[in-house]
Design a protein around this ligand. Structure first.
Ligand SMILES: Nc1ncnc2c1ncn2[C@@H]1O[C@H](COP(=O)(O)OP(=O)(O)O)[C@@H](O)[C@H]1O
Ligand SMILES: [Mg+2]
Length: 368
């Protein structure tokens, strides 16, 4: 397939428009703002929100398009990367073609449009991963992404931006739900029990472990079950799920065949004034210090790559390990609302992951 640069396929007008928008500043919002704003999703508020998104989304998409066009090592011309770029261009065009939003009817149509855009981008992650995989194959086995810091940093920016775009769209769409569950403002739950979400994530991770290994180590959870705070439960679930899967795998692989009793994984939920911290500790043998920086790169995994056999990552969440996306993506989710993720290892013993979540929620979105 001949590689098509945007300048060969798009009209001059559209291309100019993309470049113009890619120079505009992106506007961030905070969890607190989304909560305050969404508290009363009146017709007027929904129109204001739609107008904001109508301006903001093209700017965010345009930033990504220009970046996708200018990646080093020939990554921009890999077929899967071109596919992703074209999704961004299509969504940009759709948004720019949408007329000014003036009344409730416009707002409803716009909500349908952004909902469709969100679905168009559902498979961005597996598709990008295929592009990266092809790049890795070109460069040979020896070169890890750690040695290609530009690519790694690009992916961090790209996926962080994607989390933000999907959050904004998801939040606006969810404000339309006529019968939100109690405590919910769009995707945000004002009374998330981290103990409860952690327990659900643990159950899911253990099921995945069972499917892969036929058994799963125990996981004990400590914390105040009545403690609640405002957060997006799906994000929290995702992060704990990934971290617990990693711990289960490490313990299972270390003790799976041995006679010794499997040491349990311990999850501690601490509610501070600034942060809610969730610590996940395992005795799975830890990570050698020389490997510690690699765990944050995309596609680094010590598990057998599930992509080798299938060529497609479609059912990522149900898979135990092997894409190498669990840690870097979880860290982006944490950072998106002002938190962070740290992994500390004692080689020969085990690993502690500290997931810090910002409790006040008034930190602005990071905008790469
Ligand atoms: N708790 C842990 N104990 C030992 N190694 C770990 C742990 N968590 C992560 N790792 C190492 O980090 C790598 C990357 O983890 P991750 O990003 O979740 O990708 P994946 O689980 O798909 O391999 C793992 O393959 C593993 O080598
Ligand atoms: Mg993992």
């Amino acid at each position: 397939m001949a590689v098509k640069r945007l300048s060969e396929t798009l009209s001059r007008n559209l291309l100019d428009d993309i470049y113009r928008c890619s120079f505009k500043k992106q506007t961030g919002v905070s969890l607190k703002y989304m909560m305050d704003f969404g508290q009363s999703p009146t017709e007027k508020n929904l129109i204001v929100s739609a107008q904001f998104l109508h301006n903001e989304l093209p700017v965010r998409l345009a930033h990504r398009v220009t970046e996708l066009e200018n990646l080093p090592y020939g990554l921009s011309s890999k077929a899967p990367v071109l596919t992703v770029r074209d999704w961004y261009v299509d969504s940009f065009r759709d948004l720019r073609h949408f007329p000014d939003i003036q009344d409730a009817a416009d707002e409803l149509k716009f909500t349908e449009l952004i909902h469709e855009i969100k679905m168009r981008h559902n498979n961005v992650m597996p598709t990008m991963a295929m592009g990266i995989q092809q790049l890795k194959a070109d460069l040979g086995r020896k070169v890890g992404l750690i040695e290609l810091p530009e690519i790694h940093q690009f992916l961090d920016r790209f996926y962080l931006s994607r989390i933000g775009i999907r959050m904004l769209i998801g939040q606006h769409v969810a404000l339309h739900h006529s019968d939100p569950p109690p405590g919910y403002i769009g995707l945000i739950c004002t009374r998330v029990s981290p103990m409860e979400v952690a327990q659900n994530a643990i159950d899911d991770a253990r099921s995945s472990c069972m499917r892969t290994y036929g058994s799963a180590p125990d996981v004990q959870v400590y914390g105040d079950p009545s403690f609640v705070f405002a957060y997006v439960p799906t994000h929290l679930h995702q992060m704990v799920f990934e971290l617990v899967k990693n711990s289960l795998r490490a313990v299972q692989e270390r003790y799976g065949d041995s006679e010794d009793e499997c040491p349990p994984i311990r999850v501690v939920v601490a509610d501070g004034l600034e942060d809610v911290t969730i610590k996940i500790s395992d005795e799975g043998g830890g990570i050698p210090r020389s490997g510690l920086s690699k765990i944050w790169t995309y596609m680094y995994s010590t598990a057998k790559s599930p992509m080798a056999g299938y060529g497609h990552i479609e059912h990522t969440p149900s898979i135990m390990a092997g894409y190498g996306y669990g840690l870097p993506i979880s860290r982006l989710y944490a950072r998106y609302f002002g938190g962070d993720l740290q992994v500390i290892s004692m080689e020969g013993y085990g690993t502690d992951a500290y997931l810090h979540l910002n409790r006040l929620g008034n930190v602005q979105e990071p905008l790469p």
